[in-house]
Design a protein around this ligand. Structure first.
Ligand SMILES: [Zn+2]
Length: 454
């Protein structure tokens, strides 16, 4: 049977190890791709198509030296200086050519887990590097550091106009109309930085605005907002950021940067002053990573639940990155429900990072929905989770439907929440909500064997 044009296009953008399985899975998602969605939790450095990684590895491995030896020496120096993270990453480079670590990837950079079952079976990733520099195992990390190291040495970067435009193209294919990217702050690589030099601000601003504009020009139907997630927690840094923002000569940056959040596992309470300043500057607290664990990690439950409470009560978060630890805690669920704080639930990320040890079918999302907690679905890190394209959001909906048993009404509610809790303009939200209603009508009429009523 001849492949449809759509299937051939999907093949060109993807790089699956098992093309037949990928195409079958892709074809099966047509109705989920038709559901309008917003992507609210996506790290801007993780939007690489597998094809880009595959091509970069092939080009690198055509003549790996002296670059591979140089990378080995640099990481070796860090390891010798005592970096536990570097000590665990170093064996990845102890081979004649560069290879992606398994099991989500094949060594040559193709997606090894084309289907949800394959992904579920491959996780959690045994032996994946999740060590921080204090020598603590930070909940597995799903091997994301291993993958990021290989991808960066191979020279594939998400920080390119092409990668951002491709991500918007993939968004359209997935029915996504609005994307919010978490990005780092200006000059915040130095821990505790208290000032932002003018040149650093300008470089940060111009770089991000150019990437965003390129994507908007390429695919105008996908709106893009940015969420700044500084690694620096200090109030002084936030004050410097706010001063630069106030001094901007026009509204372009304000239109682009609408949110503030944080990545990593620190308690939002450590940033009480910074959040107050960012919020006063007009930024909305979203992508506030907290409560990424589940009760499967009993030693961390109390701390994890406390961080969700901090995100709401201290950071003033309107959305929380993950927050799935709230499941089973009636008080915390009530707090999220009453304050209308939405959890950005990333099913496959939770599985890869071993927060869902019994498998995706046991994810706490249904329990959170039953408790009335606002939730949306998001991807977290597309390439680090071996998504079939730069977005990977349909796969989350497919997982919710096929492995968690959610019906069309629940999926439509998740999609509606993704717009209601987004930073999108009102007209984008209103149109999407109407179209989601029409989608649900079609689904329910089809299920009842009736023609759709528009
Ligand atoms: Zn995240």
């Amino acid at each position: 049977m001849a492949q449809s044009e759509e299937a051939r296009r999907a093949m060109r953008i993807a790089c699956p190890a098992d093309e037949g399985a990928f195409l079958r899975d892709y074809a099966a998602t047509a109705r989920l791709r038709a559901l309008p969605k917003a992507q609210l939790h996506m790290h801007g450095d993780a939007i690489l198509r597998p094809r880009r990684i595959c091509d970069a590895l092939a080009a690198f491995n055509a003549s790996p030296e002296p670059r591979l030896a140089r990378a080995r020496a640099e990481l070796g120096a860090e390891a010798a200086a005592g970096s536990v993270r570097a000590q665990h990453l170093l064996p990845l480079l102890d081979r004649p050519t560069l290879a992606m670590p398994g099991p989500l990837w094949t060594p040559d950079g193709r997606v090894a887990t084309c289907t949800l079952r394959q992904f579920d079976d491959a996780c959690p990733i045994a032996g994946a590097t999740g060590w921080n520099d204090d020598g603590e195992l930070w909940h597995g990390m799903g091997g994301s550091r291993d993958m990021a190291l290989v991808v960066s040495i191979a020279g594939a970067s998400a920080r390119s106009a092409e990668a951002w435009a491709e991500a918007s193209e993939d968004a359209v294919r997935e029915g996504i109309r609005w994307v919010e990217y978490a990005v780092g702050g200006p000059a915040d690589d130095a821990a505790g930085a208290v000032r932002i030099r003018a040149e650093a601000w300008t470089e940060w601003r111009d770089g991000l605005l150019a990437l965003r504009q390129h994507a908007l020009d390429a695919v105008p139907e996908v709106g893009i907002a940015l969420v700044v997630c500084p690694s620096t927690p200090s109030g002084a840094y936030a004050a410097a950021f706010a001063a630069h923002l106030r001094a901007e000569p026009d509204g372009r940056l304000r239109e682009a940067v609408r949110g503030v959040g944080q990545v990593g596992a620190s308690d939002p309470a450590e940033r009480v002053e910074a959040y107050a300043i960012f919020r006063a500057a007009g930024l909305v607290a979203v992508n506030v990573h907290a409560g990424e664990w589940t009760v499967a990690r009993p030693a961390l439950v109390a701390q994890s639940r406390a961080s969700v409470r901090s995100a709401v009560e201290v950071a003033g978060a309107r959305r929380i990155g993950h927050g799935i630890i709230a499941a089973g805690d009636a008080e915390l669920c009530a707090l999220l429900r009453e304050r209308n704080v939405c959890l950005e639930v990333c099913l496959l990320s939770n599985r890869a990072l071993d927060n869902c040890p019994l498998g995706l079918a046991h994810h706490p999302l249904p329990a959170l929905l039953a408790a009335g907690v606002p939730c949306c679905l998001a991807t977290d890190n597309a390439y680090k989770l071996a998504a079939p394209n730069a977005m990977g959001l349909v796969r989350e909906y497919q997982c919710a439907a096929e492995l968690l048993g959610l019906d069309a009404r629940s999926l439509a509610a998740l999609a509606a929440a993704s717009f209601e809790h987004s930073l999108a303009p009102a007209h984008v939200k209103a149109r999407a909500l109407a179209d989601i209603g029409a989608w649900l009508n079609r689904e329910e009429r089809a299920a009842a064997g009736l023609a759709a009523v528009e």
